[in-house]
Design a protein around this ligand. Structure first.
Ligand code: ADP
Ligand code: MG
Length: 764
């Protein structure tokens, strides 16, 4: 309500300002009108003066000329003039009345526009009146001019009349003189006669002069007539102009009537506006009063509310004071609470700490236990395992009976395979057999447990064994689209290491080497031709190392690919015929995983050796000569040495002949102790390769058949039979170790060894 009051006040002020503005404008208008009317009055005044002058002039002329027809006309004109003057006066009176009416305008009228419109009309009418007045003045001027001309003519007339009168007088005088002379002469007859004669003569002269005078008189009279004619014309003109004047006056009257009507209308409208304004003001006032009343009521309500609120306020203040006190005390309370909370927390932390310590201790114990269990498991499974993989028949195998499939599988046992050799079916039992359709992925799945154990610090060897073309390289390296164990193993290592990154720091390094003709060469080094030596660590730990063997730290699959590519390029550039060369050399990829457990400080080192062995095919005993023979001898020697070592390890002989070949010597660390070894025996299923397949499978079974027995140093078995011995020879000479964990009695052969022997005998 207050706001609306304020608003109304503002509105009122605004209206008052508007009113003042309008009043000012009105005053200015009035001033201009006043000056206009003054001007008009002046004009009327001058016109009046002129009229007066004219009248005087006319009366003067009349008095001079006497009352003629012209004078009668002039009288008439004067009367008309007088009438016009009367009319003018009436007009002036009306004008004054109008002005007076205009001088009393509605002072408070806010309706400016209508007022302005009316004023406009008024000013238009005034303009028209002014025009009319100007016309009137023009006419007056004309009348004056004519009057002037008339006066002039009259003056001339008067002059000529005066002249004539003078002349007449002069003539009459002379006539009198002459008559006197004649009389005197009559009295003096003689003389008179003479005188008469003279007089007659003179009279004739006089008569002539009279005639002249008379003609002149006639001319003057003519002139007077002419002048009268002119006067008449002028009067006619005057009449005409008076008619026009009358017309104009009628017009003026019409305009003035219109003006009056407009003025009346304006007044009416002003009055209506005034009423409206008053009404609006009244209404606003009454509304404001009502609102005021409402506000007062509200105020009263608020007052009562306030009165009721006061006690509440008092309680609030009381509460507030209480709160203030509490707030003042709060820091102390808080500090106390914090102190106790801190104590509790530190106690809890202490407890958690001790529990953690306990847990860590338990965890370490569990870890050791797990390792032990794992070792036990591996031991039970045998930490040397033999898998077989049969490649599919390829185009290279050719066509016809030679390329026929000679290998079949057991539908119920994935560890058994049958080979058709020389019309007889021979069965072999390994740890697992992969048929031709087994994918790289499936093969790797069986291998990956070995690979991951490398992260736990175990040394692992994976060998691919078999004749050239049986799929060794395919299994180890694979193709770009379908990678083999090498790349998959490294990928798995990376992902495992990433998974353990929260507790462990790992470093993975890679070396690549080749053994050809018992010479070890670095495939990643700057000088691949250089022969490397295997040496004992000078620290007395008994560990072996290869001085100068390049190690690359790898952190991603891309790094490995680069390393492989690098090694491959080296191998290609160094050899004229890679296929032949690779089939006669052993290729090694050595991955070292070094780990550090950040929580315990435990360090582990595991080695993963991935070996693509040289082709195991036998070179004909005769025919091979020179370097070919030497190569064959070297290969034969190293593969035999590998067999010997594995055999010695599995039978836990005191002496393992690692030093018999470069390969076994290099892998000594990774073959002994609790290391794990996998032999992947690759075979070709083609009929024509059945002899070689038979040899490979015999080798595999022989490796596998060496069951782990208790360590028996006594059971000296000596060297493994060489490759040549495997063929045809009965392995009976090679005594098998005892089987089972209980001490076997000498000569008690394992059933497997027996079965091998049987098989060998049948094949032999
Ligand atoms: P090796 O290295 O033993 O001499 P390779 O690995 O070079 O033998 O294999 C000889 C041929 O047989 C290659 O063309 C290879 O692609 C093919 N091959 C070997 N094993 C398989 C397999 N499991 N699946 C498909 N093709 C194979
Ligand atoms: Mg190969």
């Amino acid at each position: 309500v207050m706001a609306s009051m304020a608003h109304l006040q503002k509105e009122k002020l605004r209206l008052q300002e508007e009113l003042l503005e309008l009043q000012e404008k009105l005053a200015a208008k009035e001033n201009s009108e006043l000056s206009l009317s003054l001007q008009l009055q002046d004009q009327v005044e001058t016109l009046k003066a002129k009229l007066l002058e004219q009248a005087q002039e006319i009366t003067r002329l009349r008095s001079e000329l006497g009352s003629t027809d012209v004078e009668k006309h002039r009288d008439l004109l004067a009367a008309e003039n007088e009438r016009l003057r009367q009319e003018m006066k009436a007009c002036e009176g009306e004008l004054r009345e109008l002005q007076r009416q205009q001088q009393a305008p509605c002072r408070d009228c806010p309706h400016l526009q209508e007022n302005a419109g009316l004023r406009e009309q008024l000013s238009q009418l005034q303009r028209e009146a002014e025009e009319t007045r100007a016309k009137l003045a023009e006419l007056d001027l004309e009348v004056q001019q004519k009057t002037n001309r008339l006066a002039e003519v009259e003056l001339r007339l008067k002059d000529s009349l005066a002249e004539r009168a003078e002349e007449e007088e002069r003539l009459s005088r002379r006539l009198r003189d002459s008559q006197e002379t004649i009389a005197s002469l009559k009295s003096q007859p003689q003389q008179i006669k003479y005188i008469i004669k003279t007089v007659e003569v003179e009279s004739a002269k006089a008569k002539q002069a009279l005639c002249e005078t008379q003609s002149r008189n006639q001319y003057l009279q003519e002139q007077v007539g002419m002048q009268k004619q002119v006067l008449k014309e002028m009067e006619q003109q005057l009449q005409k102009s008076q008619k026009t004047e009358a017309q104009l006056r009628a017009q003026i009257m019409m305009y003035e009537a219109e003006l009056e009507r407009a003025h009346g209308q304006m007044l009416e409208e002003m009055q209506a506006m005034e009423e409206e304004k008053n009404h609006a003001i009244e209404e606003a006032f009454s509304r404001a009063q009502v609102e005021m009343k409402a506000v007062h009521e509200n105020l009263a309500g608020v007052r009562t509310n306030l009165l009721t609120l006061q006690p509440a306020l008092r309680t609030l203040t009381h509460d507030y004071n209480n709160l203030k006190r509490q707030v003042r005390d709060f820091p102390l309370l808080l500090q106390e609470a914090l102190r106790s909370a801190r104590a509790e927390i530190s106690q809890a932390i202490e407890e958690v700490h001790s529990t953690n310590r306990e847990l860590l201790r338990k965890y370490r114990r569990e870890l050791q236990l797990r390792k032990k269990c794992h070792n036990e498991l591996v031991r039970l499974k045998g930490n040397i395992r033999v898998f077989g993989r049969v490649r599919p028949i390829t185009k290279e195998d050719g066509e016809g009976p030679e390329a026929a499939n000679a290998v079949t599988f057991d539908a119920d046992d994935d560890a058994v395979l049958y080979l058709l050799h020389k019309g007889k079916q021979v069965s072999f039992e390994l740890d697992k057999v992969f048929p031709p359709q087994a994918s790289q992925e499936e093969v790797f799945q069986e291998v990956q447990a070995l690979v991951t154990s490398c992260i736990d610090g175990y040394n692992v060897c994976i060998f691919a064994y078999g004749q050239t073309g049986a799929g060794k390289t395919y299994t180890m390296e694979g193709t770009a689209a379908n990678p083999g164990i090498n790349q998959r193993a490294l990928q798995l290592l990376f992902s495992e290491v990433r998974g353990k990154a929260a507790d462990w720091d790992y470093a993975i390094t890679v070396s690549a080497a080749e053994i050809y003709n018992e010479a070890l060469r670095d495939l990643l080094g700057k000088e691949p031709q250089e022969k490397l030596e295997i040496k004992l660590c000078p620290d007395g730990s008994g560990q072996l190392y290869v001085p100068g063997l390049t190690e690359f730290r790898v952190q991603s699959v891309e790094d490995i690919n680069k390393v492989f590519e690098f090694g491959h390029i080296k191998r290609v550039t160094e050899c004229t015929n890679l296929n032949e060369h690779s089939s006669r050399s052993h290729a090694l990829l050595i991955v070292t995983v070094r780990g550090l457990d950040r929580s315990t400080g435990l360090r582990t080192t595991g080695k993963l050796n991935l070996v693509d062995l040289a082709g195991s095919e036998r070179v004909g005993r005769s025919g091979a000569e020179g370097s070919r023979l030497r190569e064959a001898q070297h290969i034969n020697k190293s593969l035999s040495a590998l067999g010997d070592v594995i055999y010695a390890l599995r039978s836990r002989q005191g002496h393992v002949p690692f030093r018999n070949s470069k390969l076994t010597y290099l892998l000594q660390d990774s073959l002994s102790g609790d290391s794990k070894t996998l032999m992947m025996v690759q075979v070709s299923p083609a009929e024509k390769n059945s002899s070689e397949t038979l040899c490979s499978l015999k080798f595999a079974e022989r490796v596998r058949s060496v069951e782990l027995g208790p360590v028996s140093r006594k059971a000296e078995l000596g060297s493994w039979p060489s490759q040549e011995h495997l063929e045809g020879d009965s392995p009976g000479s090679a005594a098998s170790p005892g089987r089972g964990h209980a001490s076997p009695s000498p000569g008690q052969l394992s059933s497997r060894s027996a079965s091998i022997r049987r098989k060998l005998q049948t094949s032999g």
